[in-house]
Design a protein around this ligand. Structure first.
Ligand SMILES: [Zn+2]
Length: 200
């Protein structure tokens, strides 16, 4: 193994750049913890392909991405808590397991990833490989969102959706603004609310 490790050294710099780009990818993160399976090695093996990884690996990588507990989401939680809002996280007893449940306000909040829920914004682009698979998967997610919203409404919950593009990327809105808008909706009696990134 020392021989392998030694031969990996020249790759480390470019690999770090790729890691930065794919910092949400659990597959790479997991791999980086194993000294004998350095991500430089994984990526360099596939560097002759149009994509950095094969479609099977890409699929596993995409499946490993979770949008829960992301940095902006944690910040939003902290700021709402600071404003005095109390909530439960990922409650299993509420339809759709919302990211935040505000019992006092009869409201739930979903922090939706723009890719996974097919949002009409700059963060969403149809993958060019396995397009049928992704169309079906994202279509299923969107259909489930509609059903969950209907179930929540029936059970008397109000629903706020905060899109990922409002939290990060070039269309994001300021944290102050975001918290203000969330707080104002939570205190209102509006049944449905949606906060998305600025129009570019
Ligand atoms: Zn979006």
């Amino acid at each position: 193994m020392p021989l392998l490790r030694q031969s990996l050294k020249p790759w480390r710099r470019s690999c770090n750049l790729i890691l930065l780009k794919h910092r949400h990818c659990l597959h790479i993160r997991r791999a980086s913890r194993l000294s004998c399976h350095c991500p430089c090695y994984l990526l360099s093996r596939h560097s002759h392909m149009a994509d950095v990884v094969s479609s099977e690996v890409r699929s596993r990588m995409m499946a490993g991405i979770r949008n829960r507990n992301t940095k902006p989401e944690l910040l939003l939680r902290r700021l709402l808590h600071k404003k005095g809002f109390r909530y439960r996280l990922h409650s299993g007893s509420v339809p759709g397991h919302p990211d935040m449940v505000f019992p006092k306000h009869g409201a739930v909040l979903f922090a939706h990833g723009c890719f996974w829920h097919g949002h009409h914004c700059h963060l969403f682009r149809w993958p060019t490989t396995r397009s049928e698979f992704w169309k079906e998967k994202i279509g299923r997610n969107r259909a489930r969102d509609v059903i969950v919203r209907r179930q929540l409404k029936k059970s008397g919950w109000r629903v706020l959706t905060v899109w990922e593009c409002a939290l990060k990327g070039r269309a994001r809105i300021s944290t102050n603004d975001l918290v203000k808008r969330c707080a104002s909706w939570l205190r209102s009696t509006r049944a449905i609310g949606e906060i998305e990134g600025k129009t570019l």
